[in-house]
Ligand binder design. Sequence first.
Ligand SMILES: CC(C)(COP(=O)(O)OP(=O)(O)OC[C@H]1O[C@@H](n2cnc3c(N)ncnc32)[C@H](O)[C@@H]1OP(=O)(O)O)[C@@H](O)C(=O)NCCC(=O)NCCS
Length: 395
Amino acid sequence: MNKNIHDVVVIDAVRTAFGRAGEKGIFWNTRAEDLSVAVLKALMARNPKVKPADIEDVIWGATNQIKEQGGTIGRMISMLADWGWEIPGCSVDRMCAGGLTATGFGVSYIASGMADCLIAGGVEHMGHLPMGFMRDNHPRFEEVMGDASAFNMGMTAENIHDRFPEFTKEMADAYAAACQKKASLAIQSGKMKNMIIPIDVEMADGTRLTADKDQHPRPETTIETLAGLKTPFREQGGRVSAGNASGLNDGAAAVLLMSASKAKALGIAPSMRWVSTGIAGVDPRIMGTAPVPATLKALAKAGLSMKDIDIIEVNEAFAVQALYDLDRLGLKADDPRVNIWGGAIAYGHPLASSGPRLIAFMAGLFKENPKARYGLTTMCVGRGQGYSMIWENMN
Ligand SMILES: CC(C)(COP(=O)(O)OP(=O)(O)OC[C@H]1O[C@@H](n2cnc3c(N)ncnc32)[C@H](O)[C@@H]1OP(=O)(O)O)[C@@H](O)C(=O)NCCC(=O)NCCS
């Protein structure tokens, strides 16, 4: 590593519960800014040695930066948190990896000495702002992305099945059922409690609720029920269903980042240290394959191989994408290091909040496994990108 850069550490990572998008969702009457403010405030409440005045920037991922997620939501939420006008904020977009990119930007601020303490995170209210909402495509979009299928994430997953037929629907369904099982075990044994920030909400029917549990997991899932689901992205001969895909969800997540020296000065024990980042581009029609080159880049920069990685958090946009990525990284689909508490097929995938969600999982898993040294968080991104970060356990 370049000796001139500063060590960057994660102090804490939190998230809201993930709701289902739509009127039946727990956050139907809650705005994206309020989900975001809840996680910002929670980071201060949980880390009393850090004050809002220490926060040198709030870097916020959001995919659809219009309406409530527009107008530089990263800046709005620092004011809505009642932290005063002095705490700056900005917004970034790399679709699904918006929050991971926010974290990556935060890491680079701190590594370069531009800041010592900041919050990175992301939000997506897919109920209020559905994917592609109000987007105005350039007339050349099909030409530059290969074809129109690149524009529909479910179709990109069908494309992976087409191009790599060794990954079958049966394998995707088995992967999804196993994911639901892992998530169910993790939820039952209380693994989500420390990271989910409860929020009081009003449901569409006017009843009030403390939203402190994920709404998307379906613990009753079996391979048999998955086999019978419709394949909405290709009616005849499709393989991608609601059961082996991530869902449409609302949620926010955030990470408190610091220089190691600032953490030491404040007397705070960090959770993990940033090691390396890899970002890659691929054919947008098979965007789900991009975590492979992104991870290989991150590993090369760190001088590590997959054998060195003890905990792997791969965002499951689609089961077939996770199957492809794991296989090409030399891992079995049921490798015990992978998505130990389950993944986005169970919890859901509120786009730009999913990266910080992976980091919250990593922090929890590192704490439980002090002997685990390195962890990988990796995501695929619409339009053909992958974003991987490697972390070192400090527990
Ligand atoms: C796949 C998708 C279109 C499904 O949306 P949806 O139809 O609103 O999904 P639902 O949750 O209503 O599920 C559809 C049906 O499958 C059933 N189902 C879903 N998951 C199930 C499971 N695990 N076990 C059994 N049944 C299940 C539902 O009960 C529902 O049945 P019904 O029609 O009889 O009510 C949507 O989730 C999607 O687009 N996912 C991908 C999101 C995405 O692209 N993200 C970006 C990634 S890069």
